[in-house]
Design a protein around this ligand. Structure first.
Ligand SMILES: Cc1cc2nc3c(=O)[nH]c(=O)nc-3n(C[C@H](O)[C@H](O)[C@H](O)COP(=O)(O)OP(=O)(O)OC[C@H]3O[C@@H](n4cnc5c(N)ncnc54)[C@H](O)[C@@H]3O)c2cc1C
Length: 295
């Protein structure tokens, strides 16, 4: 491992000041679960490491009925997994975190680090995209909010500029819908071979109609991919088994998998078909149960 200069900061301002000065040559250190591996393998050799783990202002999970859910970048996967408010309002996040890596990785790894690392096999990224989340990026001159739809640029590349820090994830909807995440992996806590997340809202007038739906596929492209044609097919139409089957076929075509040690391109398209169908059906049945409780 190359040597580097190491800073520990305790405020966002301090971190941003250092990033403004050294950004191009610096790396932010969160829980270190991905960064340390990259350093050890000499895949990256930054001159400066800025440890933000002591920035206590970035470690929170807050829910408000009108504002939705806000998660500080330093909240760990484990804190999301065990949060009672998350389980009540967005059980899809609890479900997803439950199979994200091993317990030690979930204890150390942060949600901000997971998104900034931008591994196309991330479980968190497609789930947050399905939830319509956005992220706040802070720099020395101010903050900006970026939709998750625009956040991922390419393999391991995001909209975060060299002088910016990811500070918060915001899910603006107030938990009125229902979702489902499913990961196909060698073992249930391994990185995804293929994954899919969906979040939908059943129409309040007609239980057979979907008011909104987002379907996002993971590990089948350089970034998480929205399956927009499948969403369009399902939105506003009476939902039947055949329509879901057709939508899943469209998702398989929209996916951009590549052949690798985990399977061929064709195999991954087949799995996408199966799991998109599964998550849509499960989210729908959860949505109908939620509606039955309300009405
Ligand atoms: C054995 C193992 C198994 C795993 N399995 C899974 C899995 O099944 N599913 C899954 O989704 N993930 C998995 N992961 C990835 C894991 O979730 C991430 O490594 C972790 O969440 C990254 O968070 P971190 O805080 O450790 O980030 P770090 O390792 O500290 O940082 C990762 C990257 O993000 C940058 N960064 C960190 N925080 C910020 C910030 N606030 N603002 C800007 N940039 C920042 C760093 O500079 C670095 O480039 C696995 C990792 C390991 C080691």
């Amino acid at each position: 491992m190359e040597s580097f200069r190491y800073f520990t900061v305790s405020t966002v301002k301090e971190a941003c000041t250092l990033l403004a000065q050294y950004g191009e040559d610096a790396k932010v250190l969160g829980g270190g679960q991905s960064l340390v591996n990259l350093l050890k393998q000499n895949l990256i050799s930054p001159k400066y490491i800025i440890n933000i783990k002591d920035v206590s202002d970035l470690n929170y999970i807050r829910f408000d009925k009108t504002d939705g859910l806000r998660i500080g970048a330093l909240a760990t996967h484990r804190s999301l997994e065990t949060s009672s408010v998350v389980r009540e309002q967005f059980p899809i996040l609890t479900e997803m975190e439950h199979t994200l890596a091993s317990l030690p990785v979930r204890n150390w790894g942060t949600v901000g680090g997971n998104l900034a690392h931008a591994d196309p096999a991330s479980d968190l990224a497609p789930t947050l995209m399905a939830l319509g989340a956005n992220v706040t990026l802070a720099g020395a001159t101010g903050e900006r909010v970026v939709s998750m739809d625009d956040f991922f640029i390419d393999y391991f590349e995001t909209a975060i500029q060299a002088d910016e820090l990811l500070t918060e994830i915001h899910i603006p909807n107030a938990g009125k819908g229902s979702g489902c995440f499913y990961k196909f992996a060698q073992r249930k806590t391994d990185l995804a071979v293929v994954s899919a997340a969906t979040y939908l809202i059943v129409s309040s007038k007609d239980r057979n109609l979907l008011k909104e739906i987002r379907i996002v596929m993971g590990s089948v492209g350089p970034t998480p991919l929205r399956s927009k044609n499948a969403e369009d097919l399902l939105k506003g139409k009476p939902i039947t088994e055949t329509l879901i089957e057709e939508a899943a076929g469209i998702s398989a075509n929209e996916a951009q998998p590549v052949t690798d040690i985990n399977g061929s391109e064709q195999f991954k398209r087949e799995i996408i078909k199966v799991i998109v169908k599964r998550v849509v059906k499960e989210a729908l049945s959860r949505g109908l149960r939620v509606r039955a409780k309300i009405t």
